[in-house]
Design a protein around this ligand. Structure first.
Ligand code: B12
Ligand code: SF4
Length: 477
């Protein structure tokens, strides 16, 4: 045996992540851990995982694991929002045993590698994809090497600064082993809200990496600058393995845009149909990456919902965001998806730089016109590393860098946003957030259309389960 790697997901509290929607939210495992874990296991290492999302008092559990297992290194995965908790975890590890190397990867350190310097208990960072660097680090540590360098994507301290080693992207995602899902000790410990999935048990998959579309508010750096996708055959292999191992009946494809490559999507759907794969599924996509032919086939192959981001009801703001599509593209995609009987979840942003009260109201009006099955009005967050983050920072308009508050949902009425557009206050944005969600879901037009669409989609049971929670959420707020 070469050594044991302990993975940690330092999840923030549900309330901090999802605010008023915490009871309707999903607690799902980080797939990156399963991919890195699979590569490590294939190469002779053993792995275990503490998920702060499901384990109570998870920081205390770290001590137990460190005592029980001879741990070679601890690998922490972290978004920006979770970075504060990642630091707490690193401090807890070093308080138990200073010699255990702590490595942090994931979205935050990939965007801001200099943040390695914010915590001396974190020994190394990894920028971008972690499968190969994760293995190279473990191999080096297993050989007793403690001064790591020369590993692709590695971030290490040097003369008071950091060195980021050049990245090497995975060329073929098909070469990756199947994710080590067993580290999640069965998907049943996780929960998908019935409002988001059609059947249980449900799981999520990411079958491609990177999105080349360049919306200014989006972080796509983690997958590094070149779109790569698994072959349709490999996607089907994963679906079958999930069915076999965990009786999964429903999958959410969390690719940045699942339908970016139309030919691949068609081949996936055709194979699902040919092989009679009984899985209901949903996917993230863009309004300009779907058409009637594709959506009809997707529906036939088990797709029940698409998740799109119309973002704004003001053309000027769409241009500012560099989304690359217009309101007309959105109208057309929504009409087509509805005509083929697909459910639609639409995400909007309020409070983007340049917004006025009028543009925010226009977004709400646009959402009501589109009348999608789900609509989320997210308060804009300048995620570190995005083009808009640097613009705001350069102008001195970033209010704070307390990343624990970098969430798109209002967590309380006294929420302290990292950014508000000139002339609009934090309180105003929060009050729009509550008002829009409440008004949207209580419109008679919405209520009648969701009933019809849920009956048509076989979603009515889920709606019945969620309706009391939805009403309670909106009544209270
Ligand atoms: C699924 C998902 C979720 C799920 C589950 C999150 C989870 N537990 O994984 C849910 C819905 C719960 C969620 C919630 C949120 N999410 Co989210 N999510 C995603 C999504 C769409 C896919 C993640 C995924 O599985 N990727 C595939 C795997 C293979 O990639 P990966 O996770 O990046 O891991 C690779 C590398 O990062 C690296 N790596 C990761 N960890 C480690 C650790 C080590 C030691 C090493 C060496 C390497 C390494 O190696 C991995 C394999 O190559 C990504 C977008 C994306 N395309 O990645 C956004 C994304 C991660 N989320 C994001 C955000 C903002 C959020 C929220 C803050 C949203 C909100 N409420 O406002 C919350 C915060 C959640 C949290 N706990 O911190 C941002 C993060 C931006 C940032 N700077 O932090 C992303 C990048 C979306 C975006 N484009 O902006 N999210
Ligand atoms: S299309 Fe989606 S994933 Fe791609 S850059 Fe825009 S917001 Fe990000």
């Amino acid at each position: 045996m070469k050594g044991h790697i302990l993975f940690i997901n330092p999840n923030p509290r549900l309330e901090d992540q999802f605010g008023i929607f915490k009871k309707l939210s999903n607690v799902i495992p980080p797939l990156g851990v399963a991919y890195i874990g699979a590569v490590l296991e294939k190469n002779g290492f053993t792995c275990s995982f503490i998920d702060g999302g499901i384990v109570k008092d998870w920081i205390k559990k770290i001590g137990c694991q460190l005592k029980q297992k001879d741990v070679l290194a601890v690998y922490i995965t972290s978004t920006s929002m979770a970075f504060g908790m990642a630091i707490r975890a690193a401090k807890a590890i070093k308080a138990i045993d200073k010699r255990i190397p702590v490595v942090v990867g994931g979205a935050h350190i990939s965007e801001l590698p200099n943040d390695l310097l914010s915590c001396e208990e974190i020994d190394y960072g990894v920028v971008g994809e972690g499968e190969m660097p994760g293995l190279q680090i473990a191999n080096a540590l297993a050989k007793g090497d403690r001064e790591l360098k020369g590993i692709s994507g590695l971030v290490w301290r040097n003369n008071g600064g950091v060195i980021v080693e050049p990245l090497a992207c995975l060329t073929s995602l098909d070469d990756l082993p199947l994710p080590a899902w067993h580290l999640f000790s069965g998907w049943r410990n996780y929960s998908h809200s019935p409002i988001h999935v059609k059947r249980q048990p449900s799981a999520h998959l990411v079958t491609s990496r990177y999105c080349p579309m360049g919306c200014k508010f989006c972080t796509t750096e983690v997958s590094r600058k070149s779109y790569r996708a698994m072959s349709p055959e490999r996607v089907i292999d994963q679906l079958k393995a999930m069915q076999r191992q965990f009786c999964i009946k429903d999958v959410r494809f969390f690719d940045d845009s699942f339908t970016l490559n139309k030919k691949r999507t068609i081949a996936i759907c055709d194979t699902m149909l040919k092989e009679g794969i009984d899985i209901s599924w949903a996917c993230l996509t863009r309004v300009d990456c779907v058409d009637k032919e594709l959506l009809t086939l997707m529906k036939k192959a088990g797709c029940w919902q698409i998740l799109i981001g119309p973002q704004s009801g003001d053309e000027r703001i769409l241009k500012e965001m560099k989304t690359g599509f217009s309101k007309n593209d959105v109208y057309s995609a929504v009409e087509t998806a509805h005509s083929v009987g697909l459910s639609i979840r639409a995400d909007y942003i309020i409070g983007y730089p340049g917004e006025t009260v009028d543009s925010i109201e226009a977004t709400y009006k646009f959402a009501c016109e589109l009348n999608t099955d789900l609509a989320e009005f997210n308060i804009f967050v300048p995620y570190p590393g995005t083009p808009v983050y640097f613009e705001i920072k350069d102008k001195g308009e970033l209010i704070h860098e307390d990343y624990t508050k970098y969430t798109t949902v209002a967590t309380s009425r006294k929420d302290f946003r990292p950014y508000t557009p000139p002339g609009i206050s934090s309180e105003q944005l929060i009050s729009y957030f509550f008002k829009f969600h409440k008004q949207y879901y209580l419109r008679p037009r919405y209520i009648s259309s969701i009933l019809v669409s849920s009956i048509r989609n076989g979603f009515i049971q889920n709606l019945i389960k969620c309706a009391p929670l939805l009403f309670a959420t909106f009544k209270k707020n």
